[in-house]
Write a new protein. Structure first.
Length: 71
């Protein structure tokens, strides 16, 4: 996972051009709590997920799902 404040798509495309057999699978644009409310998602769940992500060296989807659910 890469994190950029600016020019993230450009950076991802650069990495893809440098590394053989690589590709961009997904692009997510962070829009904050307001976006969460518009989509009807639980902002507290997203905060828990964000907290967990920052502590991980490798993403653990099951753990993130539990954090979102508040378990």
């Amino acid at each position: 996972m890469l994190w950029f404040d600016n020019q993230a798509e450009e950076a991802a495309n650069f990495y893809v051009s440098v590394f053989k057999n690589s590709k961009v699978k997904q692009i997510t644009h962070y829009a904050g709590e307001e976006f969460s409310k518009k989509k009807g998602q639980d902002a507290a769940g997203l905060q828990r997920v964000t907290h967990e992500v920052w502590q991980m060296k490798k993403l653990d989807l099951a753990k993130l799902e539990k954090a979102f659910a508040g378990k």
